[in-house]
Design a protein around this ligand. Structure first.
Ligand SMILES: *[C@@H]1O[C@H](CO)[C@@H](O)[C@H](O)[C@H]1NC(C)=O
Ligand SMILES: *[C@@H]1O[C@H](CO)[C@@H](O)[C@H](O)[C@H]1NC(C)=O
Ligand SMILES: *[C@@H]1O[C@H](CO)[C@@H](O)[C@H](O)[C@H]1NC(C)=O
Ligand SMILES: *[C@@H]1O[C@H](CO)[C@@H](O)[C@H](O)[C@H]1NC(C)=O
Length: 376
């Protein structure tokens, strides 16, 4: 009798396992995305520390140096000399993006405007490699030199400016800042199709700077993100480059800010880490892990997402991603004097909260700020 129950249970267990594994396999086919997210979340919450990464990505100083061996073709060493810089803003640009740089200089990256209207010193540089196509490279390079003669804000190193070289661009930023702008209170890295609400950002950073923040790293945080193993994805990660089922926490590369002590730590981390992992924001996460600094979420920093267009949002927003054509328009409406204080008073507050709830708290709101931004 006893044996029979055991046998029965055993069979049950086996068949359950069979059903389960069949389900797992099918499920994985049906929705790989959900499974890998579930797996990576649980991984993150069970492991909860990525100490092994430091060891796994450590290389000798000579080997680490080889990743930042590229000479400067265009450089400016005196950008930060002689003034108290609140923020050095490194815009990740590409040689051919002339128009985007012009739009930025005329809007949120206008140093004269920031100085006059906001009363602080913010420095903007555009960082890049060389154009990837050797047929047009010389011509584009000449145009770049001309552009730089007028504006003096380009910093270029001699590596190919491609998506898979973005980590080299990250090294460029932190190494350049370390040599030429180590005294800026904050360092920001941003894409050239980003919109930054500069008055809001400056206000926020001034407050933080008064509190003498340390270990400050803020942006749109990815927690427990899974490496993407589909070969057709832009973010494909080969197994031998990253073996684990989730990345350490990192901020979206679209735009993030660190305090100067963190910038110095990142610089030092890059001197001992293998920088061949080509997703730059993940590499930043690995640096953060090595330094023991973790990123903080700010609901009005966007990752992939674009802002919704409304004064109640403009009043709070920091960054918004994916702006190619409408940077000038958005700058105009978002910094309109009537926006400021729109949510002041009880009525204003009620009105704006209601508006933001209707705009942000939708079931499929994946491309903007999260619902909880409505209440902050
Ligand atoms: C930058 O702002 C200043 C002051 O507001 C303005 O005079 C200047 O035209 C702006 N620059 C550009 C390129 O728009
Ligand atoms: C990165 O830049 C280096 C130096 O120019 C180049 O040799 C390499 O092919 C580039 N890598 C990619 C993936 O574009
Ligand atoms: C750095 O990582 C790459 C990819 O994982 C690997 O091929 C390479 O050997 C590593 N370099 C060193 C010096 O360990
Ligand atoms: C990572 O390794 C470096 C040297 O290899 C060490 O200085 C640092 O303290 C390590 N970080 C952590 C969080 O263990």
């Amino acid at each position: 009798m006893f044996m029979r129950i055991k046998k029965c249970q055993f069979l049950q267990l086996i068949s359950m396992c069979c059903v389960f594994s069949v389900l797992m396999v099918c499920w994985e086919d049906v929705d790989h995305h959900v499974v890998s997210h579930m797996r990576s979340y649980s991984y993150r919450y069970f492991i909860n520390s990525y100490n092994f990464l430091n060891k796994s990505f450590s290389v000798s100083r000579e080997e680490a140096k080889s990743f930042s061996r590229f000479p400067y073709l265009i450089n400016h060493k005196n950008v930060c000399k002689g003034s108290e810089v609140l923020l050095i803003l490194c815009v990740k640009s590409s040689p051919e993006n002339f128009k985007r740089r012009q739009d930025i200089r005329a809007t949120w990256g206008n140093e004269t405007y920031i100085d006059r209207e906001l009363g602080v010193s913010v420095k903007v540089i555009f960082v890049m490699g060389v154009h990837h196509d050797h047929h047009t490279r010389d011509e584009i390079q000449k145009k770049l030199v001309r552009e730089d003669r007028i504006f003096g804000d380009l910093v270029q190193q001699n590596f190919l400016d491609t998506f898979h070289n973005l980590t080299l661009k990250l090294l460029l930023q932190f190494h350049w800042v370390h040599s030429n702008c180590a005294n800026a209170q904050f360092v920001m890295s941003a894409d050239d199709d980003i919109f930054i609400h500069m008055p809001n950002l400056v206000h926020y950073l001034q407050e933080r700077s008064r509190q003498q923040v340390r270990d400050f790293w803020v942006g749109h945080v990815h927690r427990g993100s899974p490496p993407i193993r589909r070969k057709d994805s832009k973010y494909y990660m080969p197994f031998d480059m990253y073996q684990w089922s989730s990345y350490p926490d990192y901020t979206a590369g679209a735009a993030y800010v660190v305090s100067k002590d963190v910038a110095a730590k990142v610089y030092h981390a890059t001197l001992t880490l293998n920088a061949s992992i080509y997703i730059d924001d993940v590499f930043m996460g690995i640096c953060g892990n090595a330094m023991g600094v973790s990123p903080q979420e700010h609901v009005y920093f966007s990752g992939e997402g674009k802002t919704v267009y409304h004064p109640c949002i403009y009043e709070k927003m920091m960054t918004s991603h994916g702006h190619d054509k409408d940077i000038r328009y958005l700058w105009k409406v978002a910094t309109d004097p009537n926006v400021k204080g729109i949510s002041s008073g009880l009525l204003g507050k009620l009105y704006c909260t209601a508006v933001k709830v209707t705009l942000l708290c939708k079931p499929y709101n994946v491309n903007s700020y999260p619902c909880r931004a409505a209440f902050s």
